[in-house]
Design a protein around this ligand. Structure first.
Ligand code: NCC
Length: 277
């Protein structure tokens, strides 16, 4: 078997979780006025033309990476939460296609989700885990942070926006895929990080994903984010999210030809979508 044709069970496991955004036709939203807020558009336009995607983690070790130009060559660039590009273009690039945002970012006043320019003119995929095994009806009344109020405000204010909610059941299916990968080592019953959710959301739409500074490179510097001075290794190795398990699984998905070089030296993990599961 050639290297490219090798079977990557971890990639298939992540694909099988079926991480997705909610659609108008999904029950119970097809019967609720709230569901009419969901955009009619697809998550991405011209999916057939998408060849390469970059996912930019918010990791501190992106500082000084000078990966900005590389990141901007991709057809789709995914970023997280309120991670800025302004002032950091050399290291993280300037193109943003989609932001995956957690429900804290949607709700906490300091992020100003419904007005801040950083959340405008990009696709938004917002998520909240709800309760494990909860129904979607339960979720509407018991999200960890009530993202629905600001989502509604945002969608009414910008009716042409591509702002979606991630199906929380699909987030927990991804957690199950992670648990399958971890095997006999149980992971905590907390949802995966936005980074891992973003990877699973993007992969079905993209033949090749370059995930930047997710598995830490030799630039590892103890900083939480490239855009702040805060030192905190838990941001990289995890405390609440099962981040260590996510990163081991992502490393297992790596298919770069020069694998150790690109991951540990350049901080780039290359993941190819399997042709068929
Ligand atoms: O920090 P955060 O994550 O916004 O980072 C986005 C994604 O980048 C990857 N990352 C980040 C830092 C780092 N040193 N290494 C990394 O690999 C992770 O994959 C991460 O998901 C989140 O996942 O949504 C998270 O959000 C923050 C926070 O809510 C937002 O930044 C808004 O301030 C969470 N921090 C706290 O709640 C204090 C974080 O746990 C998860």
């Amino acid at each position: 078997d050639s290297f490219e044709e090798q079977y990557y069970p971890s990639t298939c496991l992540v694909m099988e979780a079926g991480v997705r955004v909610l659609r108008r036709k999904d029950a119970p939203f097809n019967k609720l006025p709230f569901g009419r807020l969901f955009p009619r558009q697809k998550l991405f336009r011209n999916v057939k033309d998408i060849k390469t995607c970059a996912i930019v983690s918010s990791a501190g070790s992106l500082a000084g990476s000078k990966l900005g130009r590389f990141i901007d060559t991709h057809d789709i660039v995914m970023r997280f939460n309120h991670a800025p590009t302004q002032g950091h273009e050399v290291d993280v690039g300037s193109k943003t296609t989609i932001r995956v945002v957690n429900s804290q970012v949607v709700t906490k006043p300091e992020f100003d989700f419904t007005r801040a320019p950083i959340f405008r003119n990009v696709t938004i995929a917002a998520w909240d885990p709800g309760k494990y095994n909860g129904t979607l009806e339960d979720w509407l009344t018991s999200a960890d942070y009530d993202l629905f109020t600001n989502y509604e405000l945002y969608r009414r204010r910008y009716p042409k926006s591509r702002a979606f909610l991630i199906d929380p059941h699909s987030v927990w299916r991804l957690w199950q895929s992670l648990q399958m990968f971890a095997g006999s080592r149980p992971i905590s019953r907390n949802p995966p990080s936005s980074g891992f959710i973003g990877l699973a959301l993007l992969l079905p739409h993209c033949p090749q994903v370059d995930f930047v500074e997710y598995v830490p490179s030799t630039r590892l510097n103890g900083r939480c984010h490239y855009y702040s001075k805060e030192m905190n290794s838990a941001c990289t190795f995890g405390s609440w999210h099962p981040l260590a398990a996510e990163k081991l699984m992502a490393l297992d998905m790596n298919m770069a030809e020069d694998d150790d070089m690109s991951v540990f030296q350049f901080g780039i993990l290359r993941i190819r979508r399997p042709d068929k599961l």
